[in-house]
Design a protein around this ligand. Structure first.
Ligand SMILES: NC(=O)c1ccc[n+]([C@@H]2O[C@H](COP(=O)([O-])OP(=O)(O)OC[C@H]3O[C@@H](n4cnc5c(N)ncnc54)[C@H](O)[C@@H]3O)[C@@H](O)[C@H]2O)c1
Length: 443
């Protein structure tokens, strides 16, 4: 078995996750090179690679300037820096593992789709949820016919209050102008999954949502700009940044602070005094919505809804078919112990599915990160790119849905999906006003 050579552009949280999984599969992968302006991050990948010939670079430009070094280039830079390195790497002859979102600009998504076809490159998009046992089982149940034809699907994503604060209030994706709109940044996963499960193209979308809670008006009396400035309610605030040194050190601080494991509490507090993650959650420059609903119509008059909210835990999914109902998600799991429950309309027969991976639900996107890296080898060896599970082409429609939902929300109207193909330039994300409020209702 010929090993697949992997290189990476961007050695932050995601690349470290994928490459530490690759390092556990040495029969499949060899890590040969990585680029990042932060030398410690390149060193982390070098340690994972355990390869005397490993080559480190300080930027995407540097790694792409020389000869092709690997079979697959992992593009794990921030959202607004996916297009250029992905395009250049394809031109250099690399196949690509590309982080989602493909780009925060839909015209760039379509350009990459065109280049992929022209150059006949394999591009796998990191839609990790499709590689989970959970969504794989849901798809298998749908395909078995036990639900009959899908008529309606309701999905929700509970981001969790702390996750919202970490990523979308203080963090990388808080400010839409610097990252991507929430529905693209976070919920492009969900748009992709909904499209994949229904198996038809979406025809029309409407959406509402706003930034309602993480705003200055909701700041407690006397709360200073930073949690390290002696906040009067700090001891009782669930968003206190000092929790990064405690309960949130392992899962969250490690994503953003290279010395998270070794640092003393005092070192973390000093770091919080100047960085974005030390700010009071009610006093940030965030524009990302903290709740959004989307309603969708698919070919064949199938309907679906999606709710993203900071104030729910985990994902839920209900599917209503002509022959049966499927219900799943944390609430049902907590109540019944089952991951998925299917009820037939005719007999009332109930089937409960408990999945092998259900104890790792919080681990690496419900096991999707590992599922992706396990599958990547075979995906990159498929001769027919149309057979690839999360190829760029198969991922574009989910992105079009996400951009259409954002357009519908901002313009307060129903958006026809056909429009997203016809005038992609209109989908450059519209400059938002100071705060990303819901549009005013006219009646
Ligand atoms: N698939 C998923 O479920 C999932 C989950 C989280 C994040 N993401 C996406 O993954 C991407 C990376 O997220 P992350 O959390 O790892 O971000 P990160 O900020 O931890 O990592 C990005 C890295 O890119 C590096 N970088 C910046 N400029 C560079 C350049 N010119 N050349 C090379 N490297 C450069 C940065 O120094 C940083 O280390 C984002 O697009 C994000 O939206 C996907």
């Amino acid at each position: 078995m010929k090993r697949l050579k992997l290189a990476a552009i961007g050695c932050g949280a995601r690349a470290q996750t994928y490459l530490s999984l690759a390092a556990q599969m040495p029969q499949k992968y060899e890590i040969v090179a990585a680029a990042d302006p932060v030398p410690e991050r390149v060193e982390k990948i070098k340690a994972l690679a355990d390869n005397p010939d490993f080559r480190g670079y300080s930027s995407a430009a540097a790694i792409l300037a020389g000869d092709k070094l690997a079979d697959v280039m992992i593009i794990a830079t921030q959202d607004r820096f996916h297009f250029e390195p992905c395009k250049l790497a394809m031109e250099k002859g690399y196949d690509i593992l590309l982080e989602k979102p493909i780009s925060p600009d839909l015209s760039e998504v379509h350009q990459l789709q065109k280049i992929t076809r022209q150059l006949q490159r394999r591009v796998v998009v990191c839609h990790v949820l499709r590689y989970t046992e959970f969504y794989g089982k849901v798809k298998e149940i749908i395909d078995s016919g036990v639900l009959g034809n899908i008529i309606t699907l309701n999905a929700s994503e509970g981001v969790l209050p702390w996750h919202q604060a970490h990523s979308y209030v203080r963090g990388h994706w808080a400010n839409v102008e610097k990252g991507s709109p929430m529905i693209v940044a976070k919920s492009s996963h969900d748009m992709d999954i909904i499209h994949w499960l229904i198996g038809e193209r979406c025809t029309a979308i409407s959406s509402f949502g706003a930034l309602t809670y993480f705003t200055p008006e909701n700041a407690p009396a006397g709360a200073p700009e930073r949690c390290t400035d002696g906040c009067p309610i700090g001891d009782h605030c669930m968003y206190n940044a000092k929790l990064y040194a405690g309960v949130h050190r392992h899962e969250w601080l490690s994503l953003i602070y290279d010395r998270a494991r070794a640092a003393s509490d005092e070192e973390v507090y000093q770091w919080l005094k100047t960085g974005p993650w030390g700010r009071c959650v009610y006093r940030c420059d965030n524009t990302a919505v903290d709740h959004q609903v989307v309603s969708m119509q698919f070919k064949g008059n199938i309907t679906a809804t999606f709710t993203m909210t900071a104030f729910e835990h985990e994902r839920h999914l209900d599917i209503f078919g002509t022959e049966g109902i499927l219900k799943s998600g944390k609430f049902y799991k907590d109540q019944t112990g089952a991951d998925i429950i299917v009820t037939r309309h005719d007999s009332g027969e109930v089937t409960r599915y408990r999945l092998d991976s259900s104890d790792d639900l919080n681990d690496g996107h419900y096991g999707g990160d590992k599922g992706l890296m396990t599958a990547l080898y075979d995906e990159m060896n498929k001769t027919d790119t149309g057979e690839m599970h999360t190829s760029l082409s198969s991922s574009v429609h989910g992105h079009e849905m996400a951009f259409a939902a954002e357009k519908a929300r901002l313009e307060n109207r129903v958006v026809q999906l056909q429009q997203m193909k016809r005038s992609p330039s209109s989908m450059r994300i519209i400059k938002l006003s100071e705060r990303n409020r819901a549009p005013k209702c006219e009646y």
